[in-house]
Ligand binder design. Structure first.
Ligand SMILES: Nc1ncnc2c1ncn2[C@@H]1O[C@H](COP(=O)(O)OP(=O)(O)OP(=O)(O)O)[C@@H](O)[C@H]1O
Ligand SMILES: O=C([O-])CC(=O)C(=O)O
Ligand SMILES: [Ca+2]
Ligand SMILES: [Mn+2]
Length: 654
């Protein structure tokens, strides 16, 4: 390099200040800033991170709320986690260590059962000598790093969300769900035809549990989340989720209620524990196993085991099943519904099967969001079970669903979406991985979330059906008996596999709009709903968010802005006082006009060019309803015989 006598090149126009080196014997110093207070690079790096609150456990930190010493608190926490991971043959938990095995060991706790730690006797197996690192309630940032470093298929999108793949399974596996049958559950739960509860014995559960626990213990590290379910403080449930993937830990961080540092310190023993060993299959030679996937629920042990599926929704909905058992035992109704509240405190529930609009319609810029999917209705009002939302993302647009769009940012888990490999912009229209693309975000990512997520008794109960036959009216007002009839029926008709040309819509009936999750007979939940609606004077509505102007293939899905106008009219009370007339066959009361909605679409017959086809399709659907309801005709709903009869008469007549 060409240089002048000062060792620095001189260009007259150079904006750079000349560095004076003369006085220092020709050695160049940059004295523009104070030197860092570190002697080594390691020391420098250690300056970067400040010791934090106990949610991100580090050793030797005195917790702000600690009543016991920090060492003691950590020892107890690790002991509790070790006990959760105790394998049955060994009878003890593993040696658990805090922190990432790749980093420095932060604290080794010789916990429970390890009295002889100084001189271990090799009497059981090598696995009992092994340490398992526990990554306990990590923050989203830490989980991002874990995910991106160690999990293939993890990327940061252009808006900061964590894009990830759920593996071979991109949806739940209800046929692989098993529930332990014992003396208690045999009598209490719903078994047999139509029930989602497929039995398994206690012994087989333990076989699968051992398989999952051994798998988790064999890893260098596991993630542990200690969190809550249910915003009703009197009925809060403590859950622990042990998993092998940062993705699973972040998903549950978002979906369950996040404890404050203070609550975490006093967490104690969980009420329910999930062992998610989803990367590892179950053993097909094990009794009751019909595939390599198994989701096993043991209510007596308060445990759930997941083998052979990494779809995170199994954890969310597994816990929902548990709530569908625990809450009715306390006379509290658990609901597969969204829930929001107006400025005047009017609460609405949105029931519906997957993809019918619970999340989309409960996320309403003009109302407070209480929750999008799982709620409890107690004598005190409603409460959300969860701490986050799980939105479908297929064809998501900023214009139609701005609040959900904006919630997809740093901290949000984006499952199975496709993105540009360079810009990392997500293409929400791309179904290459699956149609069931999803975003899981904390509820506070919705600007008008109501926190704490509780509200007064509902005023409106909206049943959503995505009717791909296109014969149900966009909205009908229901009597209490009709509400119960449609609640027990739980109808929807989505069209699967849209790429392979036009397919016949297939009707799905799922009792209580969530048969896959209920534990007791549907009529038990129905009786509770009827009692609560009657007591609090709630009005039932049936809203078709599906097709209009013909079935799937000839008609179109009802425009979301129209559905929103309909929902607005329900909330405001204006629809309650509209003029109604009755439809034939289903006997539904439909309004003649709604502000902002073309009147001709309110009666589906008007929108069909082929009136004969309309009538045939209507009768076909009515027949399917009738057939489905046959299984319920022998049950009494609540103590009221009269209501039972009315419900039976509330179905289609033809
Ligand atoms: N008229 C409409 N009303 C409601 N949703 C509509 C309508 N038209 C299209 N959609 C789309 O249907 C989907 C409804 O999905 P949503 O996430 O609300 O389902 P969900 O009931 O919450 O299901 P899950 O229980 O599986 O979470 C969204 O993708 C939404 O954009
Ligand atoms: O559970 C899932 O995967 C998604 C969901 O909310 C539902 O299906 O109701
Ligand atoms: Ca949803
Ligand atoms: Mn759901």
């Amino acid at each position: 390099m060409a240089a002048n006598g000062n060792g620095v090149s001189t260009t007259p126009k150079s904006p750079l200040a000349r560095i004076q080196t003369q006085k220092n014997g020709g050695i160049c110093h940059d004295d523009s800033g104070k030197p860092v207070k570190a002697q080594t690079i390691d020391e420098l790096h250690s300056l970067q991170r400040k010791r934090s609150a106990p949610t991100t456990p580090l050793d030797g930190v005195q917790g702000a709320f600690a009543t016991i010493s920090e060492d003691e608190r950590q020892r107890q926490q690790l002991q509790s986690i070790s006990a959760s991971l105790a394998s049955l043959t060994r009878g003890t938990g593993p040696k658990v260590v805090r922190g990432d095995p790749a980093g420095k060991v932060q604290s080794v706790s010789h916990v429970a059962h390890h009295h002889h730690i100084e001189a271990p006797t090799i009497s059981v197996s090598d696995s009992s000598l092994k340490f398992t690192h526990v990554l306990y309630n990590l923050s989203p940032a830490e989980l991002y790093e874990q995910s991106i470093k160690y999990e293939k298929g993890s990327f940061i999108t252009s808006t900061g969300a964590l894009a990830t793949l759920s593996g071979a399974k991109t949806g739940r596996s209800p046929r692989d769900k098993r529930v332990v049958i014992d003396d208690t559950t045999q009598d209490e739960l719903w078994w047999g035809k139509g029930s989602p509860n497929i039995e398994m014995d206690e012994h087989t559960f333990m076989v699968n549990r051992e398989r999952a626990v051994d798998y988790l213990n064999s890893l260098d590290k596991v993630f542990v989340n200690d969190q809550f379910l249910n915003w009703d403080p009197q009925n809060r449930i403590k859950v622990r989720i042990v998993s092998a993937r940062a993705y699973h830990s972040l998903f549950m961080h978002n979906m369950c209620i996040r404890p404050t540092p203070e609550e975490l310190e006093n967490f104690g023993t969980p009420d329910f524990t999930i062992y998610n060993a989803g990367q590892f299959p179950c053993n097909r030679y094990t009794h009751y196993m019909t595939s390599s996937t198994s989701i096993d629920l043991n209510l007596a042990r308060r445990e759930m085991v997941i083998l052979g599926t990494q779809y995170a929704g199994e954890m969310k909905k597994g816990l929902f099943c548990v709530m569908h058992y625990l809450m009715p035992m306390r006379q509290i109704l658990s609901l597969h519904s969204g829930c929001n509240m107006g400025k005047d405190g009017d609460v609405a529930l949105f029931f519906g099967l997957s993809g019918t609009g619970k999340t989309t319609l409960s996320t309403d810029h003009n109302r407070y969001l209480i929750g999008d999917d799982e709620h409890c209705w107690s004598d005190n009002g409603v409460s959300n079970i969860e701490g986050g939302c799980y939105a479908k993302c297929i064809d998501l647009s900023r214009e139609k669903e701005p609040d959900i769009w904006n919630a997809i940012k740093f901290g949000t888990v984006l499952e199975n979406v496709v993105f540009d490999e360079h810009t990392r912009e997500v293409d929400y229209g791309d179904k290459s991985v699956t149609e069931n693309t999803r975003a899981a975000y904390p509820i506070e990512y919705i600007p008008n979330a109501k926190i704490p997520c509780v509200g007064p008794h509902p005023k409106n109960v909206i049943l959503l059906a995505c009717d791909a036959f296109g014969v149900l009216p966009p909205v009908s007002k229901l009597s209490l008996a009709q509400t119960m009839y449609h609640f027990i029926s739980g109808y929807t008709a989505l069209v699967a596999g849209t790429e392979d040309g036009i397919k016949e819509p297939t009707a799905t009936f799922s009792a209580c709009f969530g048969a896959a999750f209920i534990m007791l007979h549907p009529t038990k939940y129905a009786a509770m709903l009827a009692e609560k609606m009657q007591k609090h004077g709630a009005t039932g509505w049936l809203v078709n968010t599906g097709w209009s102007g013909g079935s799937y293939g000839s008609g179109n899905r009802i425009k979301l802005p129209y559905t929103r106008k309909i929902i607005d009219a329900i909330h405001s009370g204006s629809l309650l006082n509209a003029t109604y007339h009755k439809t034939e066959v289903f006997g539904l009361d439909i309004p003649t006009e709604i502000k902002g909605v073309p009147s001709e679409i309110l009666h589906p017959e008007n929108t069909w060019a082929d009136k004969k086809a309309y009538k045939e399709t209507l009768l076909k659907l009515a027949g399917l309803f009738k057939k489905n309801f046959e299984t319920f005709t022998n049950y009494k709903i609540g103590k009221d015989n009269k209501l039972t009869e009315e419900i039976l008469a509330a179905g289609p007549n033809f």
